[in-house]
Design a binder for this molecule. Structure first.
Ligand code: HEC
Length: 147
């Protein structure tokens, strides 16, 4: 959106003189200004960013993981039970480090196939955040009264 050149008095004058270069410089400065503004907003609202990340993670999870791990992460699906899919909300899984969960998704383990080949780094990170959020949902459910 900020890539659209905005007409300004300076820009017009420069265009008439045919000095395209200084016109571009103007717009570049403007772009940098707007970009840093957007960056500031992004940094100032990490909650917003991670909410989006969890949402993307959920989409990926629904597409790739639910058949074994179930919507709630319990692993109580027909395939999940047959393969021994882990309960993603369990302490055993949640005490794994981010790096371990990342590696598990990327490389697979035992009956879980590797997903690294079909996913990029960001997507695996989003899935990892989502696996974390499954446990938080569970805790929130248990602590409903105390909140
Ligand atoms: C084909 C069934 C299947 C699918 C699909 C699947 N998993 Fe698993 N997953 C398993 C099984 C089985 C285990 C238990 C592995 C073991 O024995 O340690 C597991 C374990 C895990 C663990 C726990 C790791 C550990 O070391 O205990 C995580 C985290 C996990 N899966 C995440 C995911 C995510 C995220 C996806 C989607 C990208 C996914 N899984 C898709 C079958 C599956």
């Amino acid at each position: 959106m900020w890539l659209l050149p905005l007409p300004t008095a300076g820009g017009k004058r420069n265009a008439q003189q045919g000095t395209k270069e200084s016109k571009n410089k103007m717009n570049t400065r403007k772009r940098v200004c707007i970009l840093s503004l957007l960056l500031g907003i992004a940094i100032a609202s990490p909650g917003l960013l991670s909410a989006g990340q969890v949402q993307d993670g959920q989409k990926l999870f629904d597409a790739k993981c639910v058949r074994c791990h179930a919507k709630d992460g319990s692993g109580k699906t027909a395939i999940g039970s047959a393969l021994g899919a882990a309960d993603l909300r369990s302490a055993v899984v949640q005490k794994l480090t981010d790096a371990q969960i990342y590696a598990q998704i990327e490389n697979g383990k035992a009956n879980m196939p590797p997903f690294g080949p079909g996913l990029n780094k960001q997507q695996i990170n989003e899935l990892m955040s989502y696996v974390r959020s499954l446990a938080k949902k569970q805790v929130a459910k248990n602590n409903k009264r105390s909140r």
